[in-house]
Structures are given as structure tokens and as C-alpha cells.
Ligand binder design. Sequence first.
Ligand SMILES: Cc1ncc(COP(=O)(O)O)c(C=O)c1O
Length: 409
Amino acid sequence: MPTKPPVLNLRRKILEMKPEAAFDYLVLAKIVEKEGKDVISFGIGQPDFDTPENIKEAAKKALDEGFTGYTAAIGIDELREAIADYTNERYGTDVKHEEVGVTVGAKGAIAFSILAYIKGGDEVIIPDPAYPVYEELVKFAGGKPVHVPLDPEKGYSLSAEELEKYVTPNTKMIIINNPHNPTGGLIEEKELEGILELAKRKRIIVLADEIYDHFIYEGKFKSALQDTEWRDFVLYVNGASKTFSMTGWRIGWLIAHRKVIEKLKDFAVNTTSNPTSIAQKATVEALRGPKDEVNKMINEFRERRDILVRELRKVPGVKVIVPKGTFYMFPSFERIVNEAGISTEEFVLKLLYTKGVVILPGSAFSSNSRWFKYVRFAFTIKKERIIEGIRKLREFVDELLEEKGIVPI
Ligand SMILES: Cc1ncc(COP(=O)(O)O)c(C=O)c1O
């Protein structure tokens, strides 16, 4: 007699789905914090700023006015229009509101884009390392993730020539995340144009996740929507989470051909119904209202990036690759972990338990061992904390090597 209750007979594909490893480290960090340690976290991928006051006020107003019922499944027209106007103003594009669908976070737009196109046997090209959600969803859909390694020597950018090596007759989709989590790499204008031309020539869909498009510190960015033929092959993802410090509000959007958005509506009706009503009203204010807070936040991130680069360069054995965008950095710790004779996971855990500093191992963003000796820093903490965190990291490295009887590198 089988003893397993039927409720535990989940589909293999669900059982195999991996959590975002980043969250596991955050749970550990909370435990260490509870034990009374001062935790400095470079782990979390969300701005540490509060949502700007005018946006919160708009949500309160919506609540007071009783805007609390269901809305249209892909968002109220007022918001779809605001997204189209905001995008057009920023990129000189001609997006119409029928080409915008509001989703539950940018993740909602990513999930639809992958589940709506990918079936057994389809190959999806994903940059490696990457935001882990793409791979998990591609596998869930029955597709095959094909990893194109990013080159640290080229600032983790991606070129059409490199990409083309991974294209086969089964390639259905290319995912680009520009600028890129976890590396901070930027695909600049010319390279992006090359990739889009390749996709058009080979009739491949491009899922362009540009959620960090405000977080650019150097280099020439171009949006995939600026290709005049975008309607034929681009699924464009963005959202309010990062730009407006609204991660908990869960508002993202997909911009695509009008007929694709019609199907997104049917998908939404059958899954989420609609993104939260009052969060939609708040996002209208975010997009149409003053942007001073956003500009201040971006300037702050630029300064933090410079400080992190400066401080990390003082830690012997760390190979810094300066991020051009996002709020992440992905340096190599290869020399340090090799000298210390431990794995990066061990290094990260020891650093957390002894010094209370959280960083994430490369394995959280790739299953390829080539990235296992890299780590991700999120500079979503105050400048003084960055300096203090790196001081503790340096102290830890010195102690670790001394313990091994090695004179610090
Ligand atoms: C590359 C990338 N895309 C999408 C998301 C998810 O955004 P949202 O919180 O709006 O679902 C994240 C969040 O970390 C991200 O890094």
C-alpha cells in the first residue's frame, strides 16, 4: 500500500522547479540578525528607498474613493495609456495603449511570454549567468534553455556573433536582459542592433527584459522597442518595481503586438484576474507625476557603484568588473577561494556567520561551474554601510588566509 498522501503527488515539473537561491540566503541572514549580529546585506535585489510620497498618496486616494473592485484584466485604460505615453516620451516610440498589458509584476509578463510560446523541443537562448526565473519557466514549459556565456573581459556584454553560434533551427526565443542582472553588463546600441537583426533574419522572438533601464551609469543604451519593426518579433518587459521603488506593489507590463496583448488578457482572466486596483492608480501617478525622487535615487546608485568599485579594488584577490548599469556587481573571487581552498558557497556562509556580511554565490545565477567562483553584490545599502561591509570582507579574507597559514595575497 502506498503511504504517500495523494496531495503530495505533485507534477514532476513542479517538484523540479527551483526556488530563487537568493531568497535562501536572505532567510539565513535574518536568522543571523536575530542572533544579535549587525548584518550588512549586499544580497537583496530591491532599492532600499521607500516608494515616493506622491505615489503612496495616489494609492491612499484610490482606497478612499473605493477603487477596490476588480479591474480590466490587463489593467485600467488610464494606466495602459500612461505606460504608452511614458515609454514613447522616453524612447521616441509610437506604442499605442492597446499594445500594453499590465501584469502582476514584471514576472507576470515574463511568465506569460514564456508559457505562451515555448513548448517541448523549443530552444530558448538565455545569457549565462542570468536572473534564474527565465530558466525555470522555460523548463516548466518543456523547452530547452541554451546558455550563451557572457564575457567578463567585455564587461559582460553580448554580441550577435557570439549569440549566432548558439542558434539552431529549434531556437524559438532569445532572452535579453538589458542592463543585466546579476552582472550589471550593458548591451550597447550597436550590439543590440546586431542582435535584433539576427533575430529578424532567423525569425526568432526576442524577450527583452528592460526592467533596469533607468539604472544606467555609462555607455549607450538602446531599447528593443526602438527597432521600428518591434511589433513583429519583440516581447518587451518592464515594470514599476525597480524604477519607482515599488517591488511590493506588483505592477509590471508587457508591450507587444496588439493581438498578443489580447491573448495576455485571456491568460490573465484565467490566472490572476487583474493586478491590484489601487497599485494601478499609484502607478499612473508614478508615470505621470514628478520624477525628482527617481532621479535622486539613480544618482545615489551611481555614487554607491563608484564607492563599491573603489573599496572592492582594495581587497586583494578580487577581480572587479565595473557594472555599467543596474545595482549589481559580479566580481570574480576565484583567487581568494582557491587560496583558501574552500567553495564559494562555504566562503559566503562563513562570511555571513562570522562577519554578518551577505553576498550571493555565482551558483545562484548559473548551473555552469564557470561562474561558481563569482559572487553578486547588490549595492542597495547606504554608502557608509558599503564601506563598512567591504572592510569586514577584507578582514575576513585576511583571517581566512592566515588560518590556512597563507600570507594574505
Ligand atoms: C531581470 C529581472 N526581471 C524581472 C524582475 C522581477 O520584477 P518584478 O518584481 O516586477 O516582478 C527582476 C527582479 O529582481 C529582475 O531582476
